[in-house]
Each structure stands twice: as C-alpha cells, then as structure tokens.
Design a protein around this ligand. Structure first.
Ligand SMILES: Nc1nc2c(ncn2[C@@H]2O[C@H](COP(=O)(O)OP(=O)(O)OP(=O)(O)O)[C@@H](O)[C@H]2O)c(=O)[nH]1
Ligand SMILES: [Mg+2]
Length: 364
C-alpha cells in the first residue's frame, strides 16, 4: 500500500481540502494516532450516511490488484442471500489465488438446521458458480461463531502470505474482521460497519504478524441484492439481525401473502396447505384474497416498506412454480423464504425484476 494516511474506518485516503469528498478530516484533527474520516464519524455517532460515488470499476480495480498478489483470499458470502453474494468472474479476477469461503450470518438461519447440511448446500452452490475453494466454513460476526475455526483455517492456508477479505457489499466483511479484532487483540479501533451497502471504501490494512497483513476490502455491488432497491431508512427492516422467525399461514387456493410491499406470493391452485414463512422479524406479512391483491398494492402506503420506483404490481417480475412431491422452499433472494409441502400445487411470486426467485429442496 502507499504511504498516504488512510481512514481506519473505511480505508479512504485522508484529505483536508474538500468536505464533500471521501476521506475528509479537518486539518486540526490530523494529529491523532488513529484517524477516522468525517463520513465514518457521522456513521458511527449519528448513523447518518454521506453518499459516495464509487463505481463498480473502482471495486473491480481493487479485485484485480488482489489478483496480482500471491495471497489467500477469504471470500465472504451471506448465507441468507447466496444469490446476492455472487461476484461475477471472481476466479478470473483473482488469478487462481487460493480462496477460503466463509458463509457468514449463520445466526440468521434456523438453529434447528445442522451446520453440515448448510455447508453441503453451500459447497453445491459454489460448484455451480464455478468456484473451487480450498475450504468452506460457516460463521457469524454478531454471535462470534466459529471465530477460532476461522483463524485456524486462515493460518492453515495462508502460508505466511497476506490475506484479502472480499465479497459483495453488506455480507459482513468488516463486521467479521472487527469480531476477530475484538476477540484476539481487544482492539478498540474498529472498522466502520453499517446496514448501508458500500460502507468500506478502500483496502484497510491490519497487521497479522511482523511481515504480513490482512486487508478488508470494499464490497462489490451485486444488483441482485434487494438492499439496493429499498430506501435507506427501510434497510433495518430487511437486513435480519437475528434468527428468522417462522410464521405459518394455512392458505386456501386463491389467497395471497404480501411481504411488506416488496414481494408477494399467490397460492393459485391446490389443497388447503401450510405455508411457513421465514422472513426478518420486522417485515410485516399481510394476507389477502388473490382477487384483492393488485388493488391492495396499487393503493400504496398500505404495504410497507415499498419500492419507490415500482408504482404498479405489474411492473414486478412474475415467477410461476408447480410444486414437486417433496417439501421445498421458495426463496426470494435477500428477503426470505417460504417452506411448502404441497405436491402439484401452483404458486406465483411477484418480486422486483432484479431480485432472484427460485425453488430449492427445503432447508428445514
Ligand atoms: N445477523 C447478522 N448480521 C450481520 C453479520 N455480519 C454482519 N452483519 C450485519 O450486516 C450489515 C453489513 O455489515 P458490514 O460488516 O458493514 O458489511 P461489509 O461486507 O463490510 O459491507 P461493505 O463495507 O458495504 O462492503 C450490518 O448491518 C451488520 O450488522 C452476522 O454474522 N449476522
Ligand atoms: Mg465493510
């Protein structure tokens, strides 16, 4: 890295010239040992976000820079939103560097599911994405889960090389590094984290030993992430902070469930059946008759949160599923999933166009 002074919170190069640009610190505050820029200070203390203008090209440059070093890459994915965690062309950018995959936010998935099942599922997903990791582990930055294992695996695979932590925005890269810092060095200087996508702005260097470092990196934007569609103040509703709480609805055909104003499930055809919904606790689920469904959405303000750019339910993408004769989850990527066992039943999902909707063998 260059000799410039960088913000400890987000990695931006510190400057005192332009208050509106990233990395601003007033001249009289430049003499501290650990420097935090104005944006990180306001995020930490007032939970207020100064928007930045970094583009995906900036992030790709950082990935390519990582690809130019012989290093261990720790690729963090969000277990709650695997689809939203994919970085297109990851292995190409990284030039065959070793990749250790960490499935973070384990705490959000139900405790009743065994880790080994989630790990096998994650390995299958990675194989489909063409990623061949040296190893896969599960973690939770908020519950300090598997931190020892993470450290051991990093040590095992890094062979004295530097370590780069990469992933799309909001998967918990900085939170996980902070958890390690708190746990192992009782450090009070923590990296900035927040529910706003795009918190970290550049590489942040953390010494591992005398001659190697671990680097946090800014998250790549994956437009499939639902977090990019909702208003900043609604991010708290959709980013789960704890285990998803299952709520079961007994639905007759021709009934509809709205997940806030963000997505909808129509039960088109089938016997009366239980639909078990796993969504963040703060997201309200509304049940209505299918015949009222469109009107309820188009009235607005009834279903919250909403996506400002989608004024009419017909502007959402429609996904139709015929259910197989075993239990499945219908996943609305980054929002939640519905478990159903209803052989032959017909389901229709409305969701924003960029958001992945798919069916999988039930996790629970
Ligand atoms: N439930 C849960 N939430 C987590 C976990 N790790 C991070 N989060 C939350 O996810 C959000 C994003 O966390 P960050 O650590 O800022 O994510 P990041 O990957 O560094 O994001 P960028 O810097 O934007 O790339 C915050 O609201 C965190 O509290 C976890 O293990 N479990
Ligand atoms: Mg970060």
């Amino acid at each position: 890295m260059t000799e410039e002074i960088r913000c400890f919170g987000c990695g931006a190069v510190i400057q005192s010239e332009d208050e509106k640009k990233i990395g601003f610190v007033p001249k009289n505050a430049l003499n501290k040992d650990v420097i935090l820029c104005k944006r990180c200070f306001r995020l930490k203390n007032y939970h207020e976000l100064q928007k930045t203008s970094l583009t995906n090209d900036d992030f790709l440059k950082i990935l390519q820079e990582i690809g130019n070093h012989n290093c261990l890459v720790v690729y963090i994915v969000d277990l709650f939103d695997y689809n939203g965690s994919i970085i297109n062309g990851l292995t190409r950018h990284l030039n065959n560097n070793d990749i250790l995959v960490v499935g973070n936010k384990r705490d959000v998935l139900p405790k009743s599911v065994k880790d080994i099942k989630i790990e096998h599922w994650l390995r299958r997903q990675l194989k489909e994405s063409g990623i061949k990791p040296v190893d896969v582990i599960l973690s939770s930055a908020v519950k300090n889960y598997n931190l020892d294992l993470l450290i051991d695996k990093i040590e095992q695979y890094r062979n004295n090389r530097n370590v780069y932590v990469v992933g799309v925005t909001n998967v918990g890269k900085s939170s996980l590094i902070n958890a390690l810092l708190k746990h192992y060095s009782q450090s009070e200087n923590l990296i900035t984290t927040s529910e706003f996508p795009g918190t970290t702005l550049d590489l942040i260097e953390i010494p591992l030993d005398d001659d190697s470092y671990l680097y946090d990196s800014p998250g790549i934007i994956n437009e499939h992430q639902i977090a990019h569609l909702v208003k900043d103040e609604d991010l708290k509703i959709i980013i789960p902070k704890s285990e998803l709480r299952p709520i079961s609805y007994q639905l007759n055909s021709q009934q509809t469930l709205y997940f806030g104003g963000l997505a909808r499930l129509d039960y088109i055809k089938g016997e009366k059946t239980s639909f078990t919904c796993f969504f963040p606790k703060r997201l309200k689920i509304n049940r209505t008759k299918l015949s009222n469904g469109d009107a309820l959405y188009n009235r607005h303000l009834t279903l919250q949160p909403e996506i400002e750019s989608i004024k009419d339910i017909n502007d959402m993408a429609v996904h139709v599923f015929k259910l197989p004769n075993y239990k499945v989850d219908i996943v609305i990527s980054g929002l939640g999933f519905v478990s159903i066992n209803c052989p032959g039943g017909n389901i229709k999902i409305h969701a924003p166009k960029s958001v992945g909707v798919f069916i999988r063998e039930a996790l629970i």
